[in-house]
Design a protein around this ligand. Structure first.
Ligand SMILES: [Zn+2]
Ligand SMILES: [Zn+2]
Length: 293
């Protein structure tokens, strides 16, 4: 009896060990030039940016301790004697904001005023927030950092469902913005975007805050790089979603009828359309129906 149990245990254990070993394949990482001295760093599905100046480097999100440790060695080799002087958080979510402690020997860590409260609210349920260092200095609406004659502007685009503490990073000379999670290029907004009654109008306002900046290149935290018009397209997705779902509710349609009617079909070539579009319609339906009561 005991022997048979042991055999069974070994048989079950072996495939899971093999799976664990497969899971240890190295992450996809790269450093690519965006323009001039502005570079984009990939860590699997996550991206950050950094600007090289004569007096050091301005880094956006640290992403993770692993990525930061790898990147620190890469920067020391490629840009010797240019320590990272600033780490600038896009928002508090642990999958973008972990690992800043790796840079803290030379860098000041900056985030929005709402960052610490947002971490405090998220941390009790999620132990991964132990890796998120709170900002050493914060700002409310807008802040400019200069280093080695180069400039980065931090702009808070307002609260929205995804997070209350976003920072859009604008590099005026490079004519580029770094914006994470709530703007993506030719990508349908993620299924969590409109959950819990999140306001579409807040997303539209927050995207308009990006569009108000003077830039040509949009560098997102996920997915492909785009142009300013891609940011406007992303805003328009939200506007059309709200408009069409509201009209369908007014016409007495059910959620199933609205989804079957494929009211957002012109976005079917966008990334994540199949995964997220119907969920966005469902969330918009729920949120806009609630507003009518
Ligand atoms: Zn996020
Ligand atoms: Zn993200």
């Amino acid at each position: 009896m005991t022997c048979r149990l042991v055999v069974l245990f070994v048989v079950v254990l072996l495939p899971s060990l093999a799976a664990a070993q497969q899971g240890q394949k190295p992450p996809v990482r790269s450093i690519t030039q965006v323009t001039g001295d502005l570079y984009r760093v990939q860590n699997n599905q996550h991206y950050t940016v950094f600007l090289v100046t004569s007096e050091g480097i301005i880094l956006a999100d640290p992403i993770s301790a692993d990525l930061s440790t790898w990147l620190k060695a890469q920067l020391a080799e490629k840009f010797p004697n240019r320590p990272v002087r600033y780490v600038m958080y896009s928002h508090h979510h642990q999958d973008h904001a972990s690992g800043a402690a790796v840079w803290n020997d030379t860098a000041e860590v900056i985030g929005h005023d709402n960052f610490a409260a947002a971490v405090k609210a998220a941390a009790p349920q999620d132990t991964r927030y132990a890796a998120v260092m709170l900002p050493e200095s914060t700002y409310r609406d807008r802040r400019t950092i200069t280093l080695g004659g180069r400039r980065a502007d931090l702009i808070h685009p307002g609260r929205m469902g995804h997070a209350p503490d976003f920072t859009v990073l604008h590099f005026p000379a490079e004519r580029a913005v770094f914006v994470v999670d709530y703007v993506a290029v030719r990508t349908v907004p993620g299924s969590n975007t409109l959950q819990n009654g999140a306001s579409i109008a807040e997303y539209v306002n927050a995207i308009e805050a990006v569009e108000a900046l003077d830039f040509d290149i949009a560098v997102p935290g996920h997915g492909p790089i785009g142009k300013k018009s891609d940011v406007a397209d992303h805003r328009q997705y939200f506007e059309r979603l709200a408009e069409r779902v509201a009209a369908a509710i007014k016409a007495g349609r059910t959620l199933e009828q609205i989804q079957a009617a494929q009211i957002m079909a012109e976005y079917k070539d966008w990334i994540e359309y199949d995964e997220d579009n119907d969920i966005n319609i469902a969330n918009a339906y729920k949120n806009l129906s609630a507003q009518r009561r």
